[in-house]
Design a protein around this ligand. Structure first.
Ligand code: ZN
Length: 132
């Protein structure tokens, strides 16, 4: 597969595309040239399931330009079920309800608007898993 072409597709914005190391078998997110676990090159693309739990978090009251319409918001370090840690904004949650270990799942949301034309950038955020 042509990796460069793969990355240009919209698909990657809506999926947690990472890699599995061919040498040590560790899951990697986001993709990188060298495995952070064994420093070898050579990974296979994979898509992570989008479920995990809050590993740590912080509330942002003073957002950078482009994100101010969402402040205050919560940014969390999320541990995916498959193992990798990633940073993402939480959504659909009251900040007082965020707990370490809280189960969360990925959703696709508007991230911000760019420039005078208001081009909307979408990407992933995480929300609490709705208990049935
Ligand atoms: Zn490795």
């Amino acid at each position: 597969m042509n990796v460069a072409r793969y990355w240009r597709t919209e698909r990657t914005r809506y999926n947690l595309v990472g890699e599995t190391c061919r040498v040590c078998g560790e899951p990697i997110f986001p993709p990188r040239d060298l495995c952070p676990h064994c420093t070898e090159a050579g990974q296979d693309l994979r898509t992570f399931g989008g479920k995990g739990e809050v590993y740590s978090f912080s509330h942002v009251n003073d957002a950078p330009a482009g994100y101010t319409e969402y402040q205050p918001y919560t940014v969390a370090l999320i541990k995916l079920e498959e193992g990798p840690l990633l940073t993402a904004q939480l959504t659909d949650v009251d900040e007082s309800e965020v707990r370490i270990g809280m189960p969360v799942e990925m959703v696709t949301r508007k991230l911000k608007e760019e420039g005078e034309n208001g081009m909307i950038v979408y990407g992933y955020k995480f929300r609490p898993v709705v208990q049935a």
